[in-house]
Design a protein around this ligand. Structure first.
Ligand SMILES: Nc1ncnc2c1ncn2[C@@H]1O[C@H](COP(=O)(O)OP(=O)(O)OP(=O)(O)O)[C@@H](O)[C@H]1O
Length: 714
C-alpha cells in the first residue's frame, strides 16, 4: 500500500506530529492534519498566557502557607468575610429582582431606544469602577440627585452604610446577569411560550412556569458570575460607600488595607478571593455567555418509532440545556380559580367545558360541546372561513402560501395578518392568545421539556384555574385515551417521537379548546407509520367538538383526514371544498399536481380546442365558451405512452422524453417532458413499461383522449 500512513511514523518530524488533531466522529476516531500554526501568532499567544499566569503564580509563590490559617481567621478578616458574603448575596438578590425582568424586556420586547438601553446595561462593565463610584455618589449620594429624597422620605443614607456597598456591588455586577440571561432567552424557541399561551396561560404564568425553568441553567450561570463579581467589587464600593470596618469594608478593601500594614496577610486574603473566583469559573466552564444554548431539540410529532441513532438528544441535556432547570411543575402555580366556568364568559376558554360539565374526556361528538367557527382574515392571508363544529379542514398550499400565517393569525401571534374570529357566539379575535381558546400543536409538538407528560397535559387546565388534583386526574384520563397513559411520568426527552406527538395532542385537547390547530402532525413519519397514526388521529378528531384546522403537505392526509380542503396560494383561498370535489375538480395546477393529477392551464379557443398557456393546443370533448380560462385536468392513468406515433382518431399526441420513473404501489409513474407539448405524468403497469422498454431518456409519444380531459373553470 502506497498511501502515506499517519500513525506512529518513526521518522515523522515532531512538529508535524504535533499539529495533527485527532477528530472524533460518530464512527470512531480519525486523524486529520491541520495547517501548522504560524509562529507569529503562536508566540504572542503564549506570551499572553504567561502574562495572565504570572500574577497568579506570584500569589501562590509568596503565600506563607504556614500562616494562612491565622491570617484568614484574624478578626478583621473574618468580619470582612462575613460582610462580603452579606453584600455579595444582597447584590445578587437585587440583581435578580431587577436584572431578570430587564433581560426579559431586552430579549422579548421591541421598543425604541433598545440599543441604547443595552449599552446602558453594558456600561458598568467597561466603566472604571471608581468612575462608577463617583457616578453613584452623584446619583444616590447625600448631595446627589436622588440622595436627599431617599434620606427625607425613607431615612436611607447609602454612603458609609452596608446598603451603599450593596448598591455599588449591584451596579457593577448586574450587567453580567442581564447579558447572560438575555442571550439564553434569545436562544429559547418561541414555540414553547407560544404553545403555553395557546393553552390559556397568561404572560406572567408563561414566564414563571415555562420561560424561567427553561432558562434556569443560563440564569444560574449568570447568577454565579454576578455573585463572584459582586464579591470582588472594590473601586465603586470604596468611592461610593467608603471604607468603614464592619459596615462597608469588604474583603477586597481589606486586602488593600492589609497591603500597607501586613503584606503577607494581604497575600493570604488575595489567595482566598482568587480561589473563590477560580472555583466559580471552573464550575461554569465558559457557559455564561451561551447565546442560544438552551434550545431543546424538537421531537418529530406523532412518530411511532424511536428516533434513529444519532438523533440529537431531544431533551437538550447537553451544555446549558432546558432540562437542567428546576422542575417547576406547571401544575403548581395559580390558586383556586374559576374551575370550569360555563356560560356568559366571553373571555375565558374554560367556557368550552365538555357537555358533562366535568371536563372529563368525552367520547366522539362531545369535547367542546360544539363551537362553530367564523373567521375573516386580513393581511398577508385574506380569506373568510366558516365551519360547523366537528369539521376538520385541511389547509394545503405551496411553500409560502400563507398556511402558517393563517394559523398564527387565528392565534393572534403575528402582526402579518389579523383575524376577526368568532367561536360559537364569542368574538375572540381581539383577545390575547391565551384567552382565545385556540389550541395549537406546532409541528414538533413543543412539549415543555422540564415537565412530565402528565404535567404537560395538565398545563392548560391549571392555567384555566382547575385545581391541581382535578387537573391531574383529567390529564391522566386524556393520556390514557390517547394510548400513552402509562408514560404519564416520563419527561418529553424520554418519549419516542410518536409518543410525544400523542402527548402534545392530549395536551391540546385536555385544555378544552374551541378551535384546534394542527401543524403537519404526521410530517415526520415514514409511510407505513403514517397510515397507522392517521387512523388513530382520525378517531381522536372525530371526538373533538370544535373545528380543527390541519396544515399538511400530504394529499393523502388532506383527503383522508379532512371534511374540507382549503387550498391557499399567495395568501388567498383558491378552493375550499370537500376532498372529493377538490380531487375531481382541482381549481389550481398546484393542487391538481399535489393530488397526482396533470393540470394544464389554458383558454378556450374559437375552434373548440384549448390554447394552452405554456404553448400548443388541446382537443377537448366538451368545449366551453370561447375565452374562458380553464384548467384541463388529466389523470395519470389517462395518459398513454407509445414508442411510435399512434394513428387513428383525433387525439392529443406529443413527442417527448422520459425523465423520471417512480414506483407507486405495483404501478409506475413516468414523467415525460416535451419541447412541443405539455409535460405529463403517465401511470402505467410494470408490464407495459417492460414492453415499451422504458428507461430514463427514452423517446416516446404521449397521447390523451379528448374524453379523458376534465375542464375546471379558473
Ligand atoms: N415574519 C415574517 N416576516 C416577513 N415575511 C414573512 C414572515 N413570516 C413569513 N413570511 C412570508 O410570508 C409568506 C407566507 O409564509 P407562511 O409561513 O405563512 O407560509 P406557509 O404556507 O406556511 O409555507 P410553508 O409550507 O413553507 O411552511 C412567505 O412568503 C414568507 O416568506
Amino acid at each position: 500500500m502506497t498511501r502515506p500512513h499517519h500513525h506512529g511514523e518513526p521518522h515523522a518530524h515532531p512538529a508535524a506530529r504535533r499539529v495533527r488533531a485527532r477528530i472524533r466522529t460518530g464512527t470512531g476516531t480519525r486523524t486529520r492534519t491541520r495547517p501548522p500554526t504560524p509562529f507569529a501568532l503562536a508566540a504572542p499567544a503564549l506570551l499572553a498566557i504567561a502574562f495572565l499566569l504570572m500574577p497568579l503564580l506570584g500569589i501562590l509563590a509568596r503565600t506563607e502557607w504556614a500562616e494562612l490559617g491565622s491570617h484568614l481567621s484574624s478578626e478583621g478578616v473574618t468580619e470582612a468575610v462575613k460582610l462580603s458574603l452579606l453584600v455579595s448575596f444582597c447584590a445578587l438578590e437585587l440583581s435578580l429582582v431587577l436584572g431578570v425582568p430587564l433581560a426579559w424586556l431586552l430579549a422579548r420586547v421591541s421598543f425604541p431606544g433598545k440599543a441604547l438601553v443595552r449599552s446602558l446595561v453594558l456600561l458598568p462593565m467597561v466603566l472604571p469602577p471608581t468612575v462608577g463610584g463617583v457616578a453613584l455618589l452623584l446619583g444616590f449620594g447625600r448631595r446627589g440627585l436622588l440622595g436627599p429624597w431617599l434620606e427625607e422620605t425613607f431615612g436611607i443614607v447609602l454612603p458609609f452604610h452596608t446598603s451603599g456597598a450593596v448598591v455599588a456591588a449591584t451596579f457593577v455586577a448586574m450587567p453580567f446577569l442581564v447579558i447572560s440571561l438575555e442571550g439564553t432567552l434569545a436562544g429559547l424557541r418561541p414555540a414553547y411560550e407560544e404553545t403555553a399561551a395557546s393553552l390559556g396561560a397568561g404572560p406572567l404564568r408563561v414566564f414563571c412556569t415555562v420561560t424561567l425553568p427553561l432558562v434556569a441553567p443560563g440564569l444560574a450561570a449568570g447568577a454565579a458570575l454576578t455573585w463572584a463579581r459582586a464579591l470582588g467589587e472594590f473601586g465603586a464600593t470604596i468611592t461610593f460607600a467608603g471604607n468603614l470596618p464592619g459596615a462597608t469594608q469588604t474583603l477586597p478593601l481589606q486586602v488593600y488595607l492589609l497591603l500597607q500594614e501586613q503584606p503577607e496577610a494581604a497575600t493570604s486574603v488575595s489567595l482566598l478571593l482568587l480561589a473563590i473566583a477560580m472555583a466559580v469559573l471552573v464550575g461554569l466552564r465558559g457557559r455564561w455567555a451561551g447565546t442560544g444554548r438552551s434550545r431543546a431539540t424538537p421531537t418529530p410529532l406523532l412518530d411511532e418509532i424511536a428516533p434513529p441513532p444519532g438523533t440529537p438528544d431531544p431533551a437538550g441535556t447537553k451544555g446549558i440545556s432546558n432540562t437542567g432547570g428546576s422542575p417547576a411543575d406547571g401544575t403548581t402555580a395559580n390558586g383556586t380559580g374559576a374551575g370550569v366556568s360555563t356560560t356568559g364568559d366571553t373571555s375565558s376558554p374554560t367556557g368550552a367545558a365538555g357537555p358533562t360539565g366535568t371536563g372529563e374526556p368525552s367520547g366522539p361528538g362531545g369535547v367542546g360541546g360544539g363551537w362553530p367557527l367564523h373567521a375573516r382574515v386580513t393581511g398577508f392571508t385574506e380569506l373568510t372561513l366558516d365551519a360547523e363544529p366537528g369539521t376538520t379542514v385541511a389547509v394545503v398550499g405551496p411553500n409560502g402560501a400563507g398556511k402558517t400565517t393563517l394559523l398564527r393569525a387565528l392565534l393572534g401571534l403575528t402582526p402579518r395578518a389579523h383575524a376577526e374570529l368568532l367561536l360559537g357566539e364569542l368574538p375572540v379575535g381581539s383577545l390575547p392568545s391565551h384567552r382565545r381558546g385556540v389550541a395549537w400543536v406546532p409541528q414538533d409538538g413543543a412539549l415543555f421539556p422540564h415537565l412530565t407528560a402528565l404535567a404537560n397535559t395538565a398545563y392548560g387546565l391549571r392555567a384555566q384555574g382547575v385545581r391541581r388534583t382535578e387537573a391531574r386526574r383529567q390529564a391522566q384520563a386524556w393520556l390514557t385515551r390517547l394510548g400513552v397513559g402509562h408514560l404519564a411520568h416520563r419527561r418529553p426527552g424520554q418519549l419516542s417521537g410518536g409518543q410525544a406527538g400523542r402527548v402534545a395532542l392530549a395536551r391540546a385537547l385536555a385544555g378544552r379548546p374551541r378551535l384546534l390547530l394542527l401543524d403537519e402532525p404526521l410530517a415526520a413519519l415514514d409511510q407505513t407509520t403514517r397510515a397507522q397514526v392517521r387512523h388513530t388521529l382520525r378517531g381522536h378528531l372525530a371526538g373533538f367538538g370544535g373545528v380543527c384546522l390541519l396544515v399538511t403537505h400530504d394529499p393523502v392526509e388532506a383527503v383522508s383526514l379532512a371534511d374540507r380542503v382549503l387550498v391557499l396560494e399567495d395568501g388567498r383561498a383558491v378552493q375550499d371544498a370537500p376532498p372529493t370535489e377538490v380531487t375531481r375538480h382541482p381549481r389550481s395546477p398546484w393542487v391538481a399536481r399535489m393530488l397526482g393529477r396533470n393540470a394544464l392551464a389554458g383558454t378556450a379557443a374559437t375552434d373548440g380546442t384549448l390554447a394552452l398557456d405554456a404553448g400548443g393546443s388541446l382537443v377537448v370533448a366538451d368545449p366551453v365558451g370561447e375565452g374562458t380560462a380553464v384548467l384541463a385536468v388529466i389523470a395519470p392513468e389517462a395518459v398513454a405512452l407509445h414508442r411510435r406515433r399512434p394513428h387513428g382518431s383525433p387525439r392529443n399526441v406529443w413527442p417527448g422524453t422520459v425523465r423520471e420513473i417512480t414506483a407507486v404501489g405495483s404501478r409506475l409513474r413516468v414523467l415525460v417532458t416535451s419541447a412541443n407539448g405539455p409535460d405529463l405524468v403517465a401511470e402505467i403497469t410494470t408490464e407495459a413499461a417492460a414492453e415499451l422498454r422504458l428507461a430514463d431518456g427514452a423517446e416516446v409519444f404521449t397521447s390523451v383522449k379528448a374524453t379523458e380531459i376534465t375542464l375546471v373553470e379558473r
